[in-house]
Design a protein around this ligand. Structure first.
Ligand code: NAI
Ligand code: MG
Length: 353
């Protein structure tokens, strides 16, 4: 019996509504499979936790998480009680940085039964590899002076190591997929870091002669994501560019509520973390209508990470069938609740037994 020990952080808002059904799905998969089990340990770290304790996670939180094989997270953020930069940096980004989760991968693909806002979305299947540890999301900089003299400086940090490791991961992925890689740049506007990014890309690509490449400025690339998503295979992007592109990817699929993500620790020293692209969606929290598919597809990415790709594929098939049969939440044009969707997914998984 293979047992996976997973730390679970539902977090805030709809994270608390979509994580429990996703865990139920994982339990169901274990039940169907037989030789597999999951042990979930839940942590209440969130904005509510902050109100009580003055911090998003305890002092030894990182140490505690270190012993798990993976972290399964919902969403963090409740700007009505804790400013976003405090909550995100105090929990999500702290985990990503401390556990050297230097890559964030986010697929977007044509999904059976989903109504995309595009009038004629072709069969697209792309995946964004986002540099996840540096770039534009750095703590370097500061604010100085007051009133009309006030100013803020935010430094972007691009290291050869950071760029290269994201690019190599993306090239390896492209080699296993359709052998095309697009690099997101903006070297016509960003004077130092983006030409550097381009130069690293130009060197790294020599090691992957089988992969066709191109570089595209982020503004044009964002437009192409909408107009021609089927033209892409793998895209490698800096932290900020990848963040924005993947929200577009989610929207093009039909809703950000279905988009999954994985934060990967490449050196195997720390756990990787799995969390959907969407946030805590305060506007729909408490109504029971959050789409659980993003969180459940994220569970599929965790299965892939555990080398259970076959089970992951089965799960993705079941999700698509359920959506195609119109069992879906309002964000993708349905009338079902969170629980109705996830219960149906579990029932159909059990039927596979
Ligand atoms: P959001 O992703 O929470 O919501 C954007 C829009 O998408 C909202 O209209 C929401 O109702 C909808 N939506 C999102 N997920 C959905 C789902 N599963 N089903 C149906 N509809 C869904 O982004 P927003 O509003 O910018 O941020 C809200 C909070 O979440 C903020 O505190 C933000 O910092 C945080 N956040 C956290 C992330 C994380 O934990 N990784 C990622 C993005 C935002
Ligand atoms: Mg985002």
């Amino acid at each position: 019996m293979k047992k996976h020990e997973i730390a679970v952080i539902p977090g805030d808002g709809i994270g608390k509504e979509v994580v429990p059904p996703a865990l139920e799905v994982l339990h169901t998969i274990a039940e169907v499979h037989g030789g597999l089990s999951f042990e979930f340990t839940e942590f209440p770290w969130s904005c509510d936790y902050y109100l009580e304790h003055g911090e998003m996670m305890p002092e030894d939180g990182i140490e505690t998480l270190q012993n798990f094989e993976a972290i399964f997270l919902g969403a963090v953020g409740n700007p009505s009680i804790v400013p976003d930069h405090v909550s995100l940096w105090g929990l999500l980004l702290k985990i990503r940085r401390n556990f050297e989760q230097s890559i964030n991968i986010r697929p977007a693909q044509y999904f059976k039964g989903l109504r995309s806002p595009l009038t004629n979305p072709n069969d697209f299947d792309l995946i964004v590899v986002r540099e996840n540890s540096e770039g534009e999301y750095s703590e370097i900089g500061g604010r100085i002076h007051r009133n009309e003299n006030e100013m803020a400086i935010q430094n972007a940090v691009f290291t050869r190591k950071g760029c290269e490791s994201a690019m190599r991961y993306a090239f390896d992925l492209a080699e296993r997929r359709n052998k095309h890689l697009t690099s997101a740049t903006k070297s016509n506007g960003i004077f130092h870091t983006m030409p550097f990014w381009d130069s690293v890309f130009d060197v790294v690509k020599n090691d992957y002669p089988k992969v066709e490449t191109n570089s595209s400025h982020i503004d044009a690339l964002a437009a192409f994501f909408v107009s021609q998503p089927e033209k892409f295979d793998v895209i490698v992007a800096s932290n900020l560019f990848g963040d924005i592109l993947t929200d577009i990817g989610g929207a093009v699929m039909g809703s950000i509520g279905i988009a999954p993500a994985a934060n990967i620790n490449l050196n195997g020293q720390y756990p990787s973390m799995f969390e959907p692209v969407h946030g805590s969606a305060p506007d729909i929290y408490g109504k029971g209508i959050a789409n659980p598919v993003g969180q459940i597809w994220t569970a599929k990415m965790m299965l892939d990470h555990f080398n259970e790709e076959e089970l992951g594929e089965k799960l993705l098939d079941v999700i698509q069938e359920v959506i195609a049969d119109d069992i879906k939440t309002a964000d993708i044009g349905g009338k079902c609740t969170t629980d109705e969707v996830s219960t149906e997914i579990c029932n159909r998984l059990r039927a596979l037994k």
